[in-house]
Design a protein around this ligand. Sequence first.
Ligand code: CAA
Ligand code: NAI
Length: 719
Amino acid sequence: MARYELVKRSVALITLTNPPVNALSSPVRHAIAKSMERALSDPKVTAVVICGENGRFCGGADIREFAGPLRGPPLIPVLDAIEAGRKPVVAAIEGVALGGGFELALVCHYRIAHSKARLGLPEVTLGILPAAGGSQRLPRLIGIPAALELITTGRHISAQEALKLGIVDQVTDQNACEMAVEFALKSVGKPLSSRRVSMLTTPCPPDLDALLEAATMQVKKKARGVMAPLACIQAVRAAATMPFSKGMKRESELMTTLFNSGQAQAFQYCFFAQRTAGKWTLPSGAQWNNSKPREIRSAAVIGLGTMGRGIVVSLARVGISVIAVESEKKLLENGRQMVIGMLERDAKRRGVSASLNLLNFTLSLQDLKDVDLVIEAVFEDMALKKRVFQELSKVCRPTTLLCTNTSGLDVDALAGVTNRPHLVAGMHFFSPAHVMKLLEVVCGPRSSSETIATAMSLGKKMGKVSVAVGNCPGFVGNRMLKPYLDQATFLLEEGATPEQIDKALEDFGFAMGVFRMSDLAGLDVGWRVRKESGLTGPDVDSKNPPRRRQGHRYCPIPDMVCEQGRFGQKTGRGWYMYDKPGDTNAKPDPLIQNLLETYRSRYGIQPRNISDQEIIERCLFVLANEGFRILEDGMAARPEDIDVIYLFGYAFPRHRGGPMFYVSMVGLERVLERLEYYHQAHPDVPHLEPSALLKKLVACGSPPVQKWREYIKTMHSHL
Ligand code: CAA
Ligand code: NAI
């Protein structure tokens, strides 16, 4: 857990050995404490260097230990002993120094970092704060404004930035450990008191209150309802206004509150869920660790519309050469300009040069003979997509992977028109594709393990969080979205307003409520889909009883809004009104109020007062209920995958952990009871009927979300 060696005759080299990130587990803390005691008591030792094995200093506390009671020595006394020691201690930072790892470096008297190292206090992203003295030492070392920013955002910084801020003493391109040993030898005999960060006085700006107030406003706006950043600000205030020992006490009080909160559990669940999601499995037994992805050097993207452009950028910026295809010269030229502009802006932001030389533009599929992989992003029209896939099948070499970005069409139907169904899969990006982190990799029944491995690995290369999903209408994310959107519009019929529903969802933690979000995305997209699927249109409307379609309750209000040319922000009118098209400031529109009142009186609906609780329950319980059905159907392998899809694709608030984690925290029994209640009240809404899996889990005593998989195993997996 920590190796102890004597090097250069007088330097004790302590190497943390806890792969993969040298986390500070109980045995590691114990080993550090013992090694330090040995180094401090051995007269041969004049200085100490602490480093981490395999080029990684330390990834912080062992997060897996947070779920159980504290075992082994607590971290703070171990760190205090290092700082108080009378022999110089140098941290040799390679790879990462994060969280407790950074705090370990802060108690060392000197810090040498490799130029590629990254440092940070990401505790806030786990719903806690740097509570091994980090919130008290960092402000003393670099001042309030810089410390406040790093602690409240959890941002990782480069070694160069750490040097500029005064966090590290030296940055090297060479072996940081060897440099640290040399440095340690030179430090012997030099006074250490000024090197003990806890002894420093925090440089306190005159406008401290204003500064902290501004930070509070900012985090409240950015992370609605999240406790951790606010607690971080209070801890930093303590560093500015209290002596170190009292500040540590305050840090500990704040940590106790956060550590025991549901929010911290949610954040930590998200951390592991994100990592679990990459571990896909197919019913054949093929999985992430036994299937080899192909290397993709060249790709083609067909269709340079909203999605295609972002996909081209995502590929080109990770060094993949791309041939982009459009159907007409003008559209091709327009697409080219857009892609180049996006790539240039992206490169400028990242401080690199734009990889324009990787781009080629064409009107002919014939030019795709030699590419390794194709991503089709033409209109959502099955007949068109089939034509494209047939042609690709003829043109591309037999080993080329053919992927579709369809938002919900049958991937296997597309595979069926090719001469290589095993090489076909869905790669469902989210809009804007170069920004959004989520990628659903849709596994058709005939997709080979190599195809899935390649799509997953390509997603990772592009910086996406890739989740393998089954092939069903809407896949996972969009399939769940439909009942959620339906509930929001049913609530409008029953008496709520868009503002009220949005506010309830925003108070829950969403950055934007469902109606504001729909205005941003454009209301015409869904309208077109509803028309194509026979849910609305003059013919359909006149043939069906009002407010019913395909045997179930249907709310035509969204169609009525679109019929008025209100397509959202882009037209300056939607569920809200905007000062001008493209404006983002949503204001309640009396015309919508009017439309709702007229609608209700036409259908004899007596509006009622709807509580925020009902809004949350109906919208979010129905969302999770569909998630349970997806698990039953085997279209997602585990609840964590569904949560990751909602966190990264639909901005579900992270401090709630995702829809499935959220309902597990509410209590499955309560969720079941409320769904039964709402289903009784609205028997014509099948989505409100509790799913078999939810009932089964409740009958089995509502196990925690991490255990649900054991109850799903027997169901029919497509993954
Ligand atoms: N504790 C436990 N496990 C950890 C861990 C940690 N701090 N950091 C990473 N891991 C695990 C991951 O879960 C993953 O496990 P599996 O292989 O079983 O999935 C494995 O280590 C590798 O992790 P990544 O896939 O994330 O590897 P990466 O190379 O992409 O990234 C990393 C490495 C940047 C260190 C990243 O893992 C990371 O950000 N880790 C968390 C860092 C962090 O938040 N530290 C603060 C902890 S809280 C704290 O420190 C407070 C305190 O002292 C009181
Ligand atoms: P879009 O309408 O913006 O772009 C489609 C582009 O394809 C157009 O530029 C069109 O000229 C081009 N095109 C049509 N036929 C072509 C052909 N035969 N050859 C070459 N180019 C052709 O559509 P958008 O929004 O980009 O959607 C594309 C696909 O991505 C659809 O399947 C859609 O369902 C899916 N999708 C859309 C999302 C969105 O938010 N817009 C999100 C995720 C997936």
